[in-house]
Design a protein. Structure first.
Length: 173
């Protein structure tokens, strides 16, 4: 990549990071191609999404060193509803009840962030790209956990997780 292009992309990224969340929906989807631009237009109108996650990884800090293992998300889908990008808000619901989340729209997709009462954070990114031969968007769910319970095998009780799956829009504005 030429330094001029790198400077332009970096400048645009920095400038856009300073924009309020409701303005980010207007910036340069053409950077990622026609498929992503079409996906962004569809995601921007989403009001309710049902996300299903499957395989992923869980990392434990055993003996002071990270050790990753394969993990599965579980059977229950995650639902994001009442998405209001102008206010940067949405709600999530699943087997544990309903909670408010922040909703951020950028040129890389729709992002939901949940900060739980104990301080743990869950971030979900819905990319503007469909899983081949479906109308489902590729998504990643990342969980940043610090366990409130001591464990003999996990130093500091830190166990981040990341799962891969898809989200389907079930209603739009």
């Amino acid at each position: 990549m030429k330094s001029g292009k790198l400077w332009t992309l970096t400048s645009v990224t920095f400038f856009l990071a300073l924009m309020p969340h409701h303005a980010k929906s207007q910036w340069m989807p053409e950077l990622f191609g026609a498929e992503a631009a079409a996906g962004l237009a569809t995601l921007h109108e989403a009001e309710t999404l049902v996300c299903t996650f499957g395989p992923g990884h869980l990392t434990r800090w055993n003996s002071g060193n990270p050790a990753s293992e394969e993990a599965m998300f579980g059977d229950d889908p995650t639902v994001y509803h009442s998405v209001d990008l102008a206010k940067g808000k949405a709600k999530t619901g699943g087997h544990a009840g309903t909670a408010p989340v922040s909703a951020t729209f950028t040129s890389t997709g729709l992002h939901f962030t949940l900060v739980m009462p104990n301080g743990n954070v869950t971030m979900t990114t819905v990319y503007p790209v469909n899983k081949p031969e479906t109308s489902e968007f590729i998504a990643v769910d990342s969980r940043h956990r610090l366990s409130p319970y001591p464990s003999s095998e996990s130093l500091c009780r830190i166990f981040p997780q990341q799962y891969h799956g898809t989200c389907k829009i079930v209603s739009s504005h």
